[in-house]
Design a protein around this ligand. Structure first.
Ligand SMILES: [Zn+2]
Length: 474
């Protein structure tokens, strides 16, 4: 017994000495790493914003930041951005490169369109140049990082970006209004990070008919310089205005916790505003369109009032509806919707407003799972639309053509939710939508996650669900 005790004490002593040596070594080496890090790298002054949908929701902290200095050249139909992007590795993998979308390069075959130019790419902490890798898809590029980015680590890169605006009646393009003034519709105009999921950065082919976008929440601080004769509309809040000279003016915008940043500039806009539930609704219509503007304000008032009470209050202070000379009826962006000048344009604003909850507040991959935002939005826009049946969960590329894709997303999708409401009641579907927002606001949801929540409310063997959702998800 005694002998055993001595042996135990000696063993313990050796163990303690060994452990203390390891700790000391670690301390020394960590000190060396710290001081060398400080010496080589300038710390990143990064903004973090924490949001919470309601008291039962998880808190979500947004750490990716885009700091952009945007200058629009209205004479040459192009713009320059000096862009700094602070990126946190939100995965469990180490990143050697990061991927961006450059949607303006999708328009290089259109009149005045060209592939964008990226120069002066560097790491802002060390000021070292970084390698730009162009993908075979012109709307994708990657940046080789100066050193591997570990999980939860932050890096900051910067570059100059020049993009060209095509003459196109689309969400990205410029148009001539009344023969004497110009509009610039600049959706997806700032290069944006690809989300990293399932071991890779996610990007999908661009297409013009529907939506192929997917991005995570970020904070934007953007200055936009334009001629004084132009009205500027953008995501976020205008926090500062600076006179540059007799012709140019600079607007500073801050947009926290948004999925993208859209800019519209036009010489012929009039603004009509109204406060609804402490949200400032701005309608920008071309001069002389007072009737349409009033109709849009009324629809927006009605829609925000209804959806604030049914889904939960819209959490931003500003919202803008912008009339655009474009082929598609309407398109949703964070805090801004674009609607066409056509007769149905104003009516489409109801659908695009509801997308603020399902696309912006809750995000989804709009290429692989467009049904997530489109079907629920169309259901909320069109009560009673219930006569269509068919599968809605396929990715875009699995549809025969654009018409089949649209029929499924909008008509089958709205019918799916309307049938659930008709059979099981409004109160149940409201509870389902409230839990959806409570759990996923400011985050992204996938098809398996949404199906799981539907099954929680409507059962795992539900005959309606089986008619619309692919079997592999059930
Ligand atoms: Zn839609």
């Amino acid at each position: 017994m005694k002998h055993k005790n001595i042996k135990l004490i000696i063993t313990l002593l050796i163990f303690i000495i060994t452990i203390s040596i390891i700790f000391n070594t670690n301390k020394k080496s960590s000190k060396i790493t710290d001081s060398s890090t400080k010496f080589e790298k300038i710390p990143i002054a990064n903004k973090t914003v924490t949001v919470q949908w309601n008291e039962n929701s998880p808190k979500v902290t947004i750490q990716n930041n885009y700091i952009a200095n945007f200058i629009l050249d209205v004479d040459n139909n192009c713009y320059n951005i000096n862009l700094t992007v602070n990126v946190i590795n939100d995965s469990n993998d180490t990143w050697n490169e990061i991927y961006f979308r450059d949607y303006p390069s999708a328009f290089s075959d259109k009149e005045n369109g060209k592939v964008s130019e990226i120069t002066n790419l560097h790491d802002t902490q060390t000021n070292t140049s970084l390698e730009l890798i162009k993908n075979e898809d012109p709307t994708v590029f990657s940046v080789k990082l100066a050193s591997p980015l570990l999980p939860n680590e932050l890096t900051s890169i910067s570059f100059d970006y020049k993009a060209y605006v095509p003459y196109l009646n689309a969400r990205y393009g410029y148009q001539t209004i009344n023969n004497n003034s110009k509009d610039f519709y600049l959706a997806n105009c700032i290069p944006i990070l690809c989300p990293y999921e399932n071991g890779k950065f996610q990007y999908y082919p661009y297409f013009a008919v529907g939506e192929c976008f997917y991005s995570k929440m970020a904070n934007y601080d953007v200055t936009v310089t334009i001629p004084k004769s132009y009205t500027l509309i953008a995501t976020g809040d205008n926090t500062e205005i600076t006179n540059i000279n007799d012709n140019l003016i600079k607007y500073k915008y801050t947009a926290n916790v948004v999925r993208d940043f859209v800019i519209v500039a036009g010489e012929n806009y009039e603004i009509f505003s109204k406060d609804v539930d402490n949200i400032k609704i701005n309608c920008y219509f071309h001069k002389g369109e007072i009737e349409k503007a009033n109709e849009a304000l009324n629809l927006a008032t009605e829609t925000f009032t209804k959806m604030n009470s049914r889904l939960g209050k819209y959490p931003y202070k500003q919202f803008s509806i912008v009339e655009c000379e474009m082929e598609m009826l309407g398109m949703e962006y964070p805090q801004v919707i674009l609607i066409s000048t056509s007769a149905e344009g104003v009516g489409s604003s109801i659908h695009e407003i509801i997308h603020q909850w399902f696309y912006n507040i809750i995000g989804n991959n709009q290429y692989t799972s467009a049904w997530i935002d489109e079907s629920i939005t169309t259901y909320l826009t069109n009560p009673g639309l219930d006569q269509y049946t068919g599968i809605i969960t396929q990715p875009y590329n699995e549809f025969e053509n654009d018409s089949d894709y649209s029929t499924a997303m909008y008509f089958y999708g709205a019918s799916f939710y309307n049938k659930l409401e008709e059979k099981y009641g409004t109160s149940k579907i409201n509870s389902f939508m409230n839990e959806l927002l409570e759990n996923y606001a400011y985050k992204e949801i996938s098809t398996p996650e949404l199906v799981k929540l539907l099954q929680k409310y409507y059962g795992t063997n539900n005959s309606i669900i089986k008619k619309y959702i692919e079997e592999k998800y059930l």
